[in-house]
Design a protein around this ligand. Structure first.
Ligand SMILES: Cc1cc2nc3c(=O)[nH]c(=O)nc-3n(C[C@H](O)[C@H](O)[C@H](O)COP(=O)(O)OP(=O)(O)OC[C@H]3O[C@@H](n4cnc5c(N)ncnc54)[C@H](O)[C@@H]3O)c2cc1C
Ligand code: FES
Length: 268
């Protein structure tokens, strides 16, 4: 679907963990077409805020009544403005943008690894994969630095998905890093699994370092670079990837991504 820009009204906003919120709005055109991994640019209604540039957010959930949910964490001016919104407020939404995860992993087993606020597209992907006619076994690892930031995913993770939480402070789930849990699950795989990840760049680089082409059926990463336009104009979201003969090629994360073959991204 071609992306559309719409002014929509916030239908609900709730605090779900430390500095972390879910905002909901109705946007039937995108709701019908969007795919896991894609994102939208959110902007304030003119005159309602001092935020001037739109900001990118992955789609988190879509419900039957065309309601789209975004899970976000506050970092700076735009996300603090979003956290201050109330039902009925207007926001601009431009999407769906970017490419999507491959939803046909071609593996008996799928491992989804979401770190921090990289979890939203992973949840949407888990839902989509669990609806496949012949769904693979799905392990989902969700890691946060501290227990206070853990979002309760019990209501949003499909029942057939095996979910493991890791926290660095050990307050919730297993104490440690996403990569430690990933290593444990990889050791139990009898056939090459498909691995998908989204999270801090350092986490995704560490995941890439643990995997070997040929030993996994698929390895995809959703890269969340800063974006100002979301449509290939400003060049603010460029990342290096491997080109022919290992030469470096620079690509716009917003138009050629945000989902990339994790073996092709130049992590260092
Ligand atoms: C494709 C894509 C999908 C995204 N999906 C989501 C999502 O679903 N939920 C969500 O909360 N965010 C998501 N982000 C990140 C989100 O766009 C930024 O958090 C947001 O633009 C920050 O705007 P701000 O004005 O609040 O903060 P800024 O003023 O832009 O940043 C304030 C400070 O926080 C740092 N910062 C900003 N974002 C992050 C971050 N994610 N992690 C660590 N430090 C950060 C900045 O480097 C800066 O130092 C996504 C980004 C991309 C590119
Ligand atoms: S955000 Fe402007 S080119 Fe990607």
């Amino acid at each position: 679907m071609k992306p559309v820009f719409e002014w929509v009204r916030v239908t609900q906003i709730s605090s779900v963990a430390e500095r972390t919120f879910v905002i909901a709005f109705k946007e039937p055109k995108s709701a019908a077409a969007l795919e896991p991994g894609q994102f939208c640019m959110i902007s304030p209604y003119p005159g309602s805020s001092n935020v001037y540039l739109p900001r990118p957010f992955s789609y988190f959930r879509v419900s039957a009544n065309d309601t789209i949910e975004i899970l976000f964490r506050t970092f700076g001016r735009a996300t603090r403005w979003m956290a201050s919104l109330t039902p009925g407020d207007r926001i601009g939404v431009f999407g769906p943008l970017g490419n999507a995860f491959n939803q046909h992993p071609g593996a008996e087993r799928v491992i989804l690894a979401g770190g921090g606020i990289g979890i939203p597209p992973i949840i949407l992907l888990a839902e989509s994969l669990s609806r496949l006619a012949n769904p693979p076994r799905i392990d989902l690892i969700y890691g946060e630095a501290s227990g206070s930031r853990v979002v309760d995913l019990a209501k949003v993770v499909p029942p057939r998905v095996c979910c493991q939480i890791t926290t660095e402070d050990g307050k919730i789930g297993v104490k440690g890093l996403v990569t430690e849990e990933l290593s444990r699950i990889l050791d139990t795989c009898k056939t090459p699994p498909a691995v998908y990840t989204c999270g801090p760049r350092a986490m995704m680089a560490a995941v890439a370092g643990m995997l070997t082409p040929g030993k996994v059926a698929l390895f995809e990463t959703a890269c969340e670079e800063n974006m100002a336009c979301g449509r290939g104009i400003c060049q603010g979201c460029v990342i290096p990837v491997k080109g022919e003969e290992d030469a470096t090629r620079y690509v716009c994360c917003c138009t050629e991504g945000p989902v990339f073959n994790g073996f092709e991204v130049k992590w260092d």
